[in-house]
Design a protein around this ligand. Structure first.
Ligand code: WTA
Length: 656
């Protein structure tokens, strides 16, 4: 635990608690008995949760862990995920219920009922089949936050093709490597997307990515911004030409519980993103169960809104699969929170009467910066549950969120989980838990987590260490696409003796045994809730001709959680020329955006003469983080050359 940020340690001084109100508890989906029930018989508990879904064939075994860490849940069971998310609600007489209240960034809107969604998904499934996509194939999706994104994902699920959604802000290079890794057959994209009030091209970017990807047979293009697009005759097809002429009838097939549902790439500690593989039955069970209990949703009356993008796992599990398996009405918003004004989110909450609202701490801190007077102008009284995800939420932000958005009354679910876990793992239960601002508190019923020390021994109350998941769970990743060994090495080797999953997060128990998450303990940064690896940014930097060497750290940032700070050694000829140095820095920031995406652009790039390294050549990021956070530099005794830090500090002083 050498790499913890001191600001996160401050969390532990928070002592306020917020017990649930009696009224809330009386109507809550979750009850305190769930914990004991799951404890008494985990498999029986998960059996009951799986019964939330429609299965064509019932499973013969709940969990097969005989080939650990490769799990099989609901062995022998068969189901169709799209049927569970759409058709069964229509069959139950709820076809007229709104599935999506969609709000475009420019102010255009669409209302889609479950019956309409069913037609759209069936048409898209027929179109994909016509284009030669079959069960087991992969489909890459890079789309803005428009209903076609949800329809595409569900259409893939319906025909048993795994989707690989790539966040719209990722560069052509990033998209290309994901297409290649998954050998995707089809790419679904759009002409462009609205971003901060303006249309931005998307197809031009995806064309760059697919210039040299032989696995891609067709590119299906949704018209959104109506901008001119480059076109490859024969390969490219308009969604409105191909999908909208299809029949709205499509008989779906049931797939094995372990049939791949999607691949989602996430940053690891090395430069190459990992294709996290999720399958069908267990994943959907956990998504539906957690969504029902953590957000207390009532499909008949709630209007749920998750502000994530479908390019991230939160969008997969808590915009598409969880809410739709539960048949709720939700809001989907295309754009940025301050377009055209800083009250946009609150205006939407007021307009649709949003009752459950789930966002990331970085956005809460942004709202705080904009000021409490902005939410104060809107009627937010419909809200009854708030959620937070993606990074530790600091107590000040938690309190501000509850006071200014939640009217001082709503419970807040601080939900800890990961792309790999598929669904929420640690969270308070509204109506049950006495809330503590800043703590994710307890593993959900049916989920097991521990905080352990270096040797894998559980630490006591008040103790800190590493977060591990000590029992398999239904939504767990089934592997890394195409790389079984990396799956074992990354997650299961650190505590191999105990057979624990290593999450990569530091954590602490407080005196009550509640869990406080303390941020990553590996080389993964968390910038505005997005995972970016230091190595990935370093590789991007050194791929530029002016850079000799680079080291990247995540420095704490009041708004984004962490900000990317890069230390680079320029090549001799560039470094000597001051003017060229500045130009080089600008070029480098753009280069990183091009290699990975704008989200990975360093906040700051510092040119240094040397980097601090241990005798074995490992960069000591801890020391660089001290510099980036303007702290006194810590212990330098393990450096191969202890004068390096003086050199760096002196160089940076003279730049000021
Ligand atoms: C961090 C997002 C503290 C954590 C769902 C984890 C959190 C990583 C929380 C996963 C939380 C997520 N409190 N930290 N409530 N939620 N994290 O894969 O470091 O994008 O390992 O999944 O985000 O990020 P990912």
């Amino acid at each position: 635990m050498t790499e913890q940020s001191p600001t996160l340690d401050n969390l532990l001084t928070e002592t306020r608690t917020f017990p649930p109100s009696e009224e809330f508890t009386a109507q809550a989906n979750a009850t305190v008995e769930l914990y004991a029930e799951a404890e008494a018989d985990r498999e029986a508990f998960w059996t009951k949760q799986a019964e939330r879904l429609d299965w064509d064939t019932r499973w013969s075994q709940v969990l097969d862990w005989s080939n650990a860490p490769f799990a099989k849940w609901f062995v022998g069971g068969k189901l169709n995920v799209a049927h569970n998310c759409v058709d069964r609600h229509v069959a139950a007489g709820n076809g007229d219920r709104v599935a999506i209240h969609w709000e475009g960034e420019p102010g255009d809107t669409r209302t889609i009922t479950y019956a309409q969604l069913k037609d759209m998904v069936c048409q898209a499934a027929n179109a994909l089949t016509e284009l030669g996509v079959r069960a087991g194939d992969r489909v890459a999706i890079q789309l803005p936050m428009i209903p076609e994104a949800v329809v595409s994902m569900l259409a893939c699920a319906r025909i048993g093709a795994a989707h690989s959604v790539v966040f719209g802000g990722f560069s052509a290079t990033a998209l290309k490597s994901r297409i290649e890794d998954a050998q995707a057959k089809l790419l679904i994209t759009a002409d462009g997307q609205y971003r901060r009030g303006k249309p931005a091209p998307m197809k031009a970017n995806t064309d760059e990515a697919t210039k040299d990807t032989p696995s891609i047979e067709h590119v299906l293009v949704v018209r959104r911004t109506e901008e001119e697009v480059p076109w490859t005759e024969g390969r490219d097809l308009w969604w409105h030409d191909v999908v909208e002429r299809q029949s709205t009838e499509h008989t779906c097939e049931a797939f094995d519980a372990e049939h791949p549902l999607f691949i989602l790439y996430t940053s690891g500690t090395t430069g190459k993103p990992k294709g996290i593989l999720h399958t069908s039955g267990g994943y959907l069970t956990q998504a539906a169960y957690t969504h029902h209990n953590v957000f207390d949703v009532k499909p008949e009356s709630d209007v749920y809104w998750c502000g994530a993008d479908i390019g991230w796992v939160t969008g997969h599990s808590y915009i598409v699969y969880g809410p739709m398996a539960n048949g709720v009405t939700q809001v989907m918003y295309e754009g940025t929170p301050n377009t055209p004004h800083e009250g946009r989110h609150f205006e939407i909450i007021q307009k649709y009467g949003v009752t459950v609202y789930y966002i990331a701490p970085t956005l809460i801190r942004t709202f705080m910066k904009w000021g409490a007077q902005i939410p104060g102008r809107y009627d937010l009284s419909s809200l009854r549950v708030l959620g937070s995800v993606g990074e530790p939420i600091n107590p000040e932000a938690w309190i501000w969120y509850r006071e200014n958005i939640g009217g001082g009354r709503t419970p807040i679910a601080d939900t800890w989980w990961q792309t790999e876990t598929g669904g929420i793992m640690i969270s308070p239960l509204p109506g049950v838990t006495s809330l503590k601002p800043g703590s994710a508190q307890r593993p959900l019923p049916g989920i097991s987590a521990k905080v352990v020390d270096e040797s894998g021994q559980e630490v006591g109350r008040g103790g800190g260490g590493y977060l591990v998941l000590d029992k398999p769970w239904p939504g767990m990743l089934r592997g890394i696409w195409g790389d079984e060994q990396r799956y074992v090495d990354t997650y299961w080797s650190r505590f191999a003796d105990q057979g624990y999953y290593f999450a990569g997060d530091g954590a602490k128990y407080d005196d009550d045994g509640d869990i406080w998450l303390l941020g990553r303990v590996d080389d993964v940064m968390n910038v505005s809730g997005h995972r970016i690896s230091t190595t990935e940014v370093e590789s991007a930097l050194v791929s530029h001709p002016t850079v000799a060497e680079a080291a990247v750290v995540g420095a704490s940032d009041p708004t984004t959680g962490q900000g990317i700070v890069a230390f680079v050694i320029l090549r001799g000829d560039v470094a000597e020329d001051q003017a060229k140095g500045e130009e080089a820095i600008r070029a480098l920031r753009d280069h990183v955006a091009q290699e990975i995406g704008p989200i990975a652009k360093p906040r700051q790039i510092m040119v240094v003469p040397e980097l601090p390294k241990t005798r074995s050549g490992k960069i000591m990021r801890r020391l660089l983080r001290d510099v980036a956070e303007n702290r006194e530099v810590g212990d330098v005794t393990t450096l191969a050359d202890s004068s390096v830090m003086d050199l760096i500090s002196a160089g940076l002083q003279s730049d000021k």
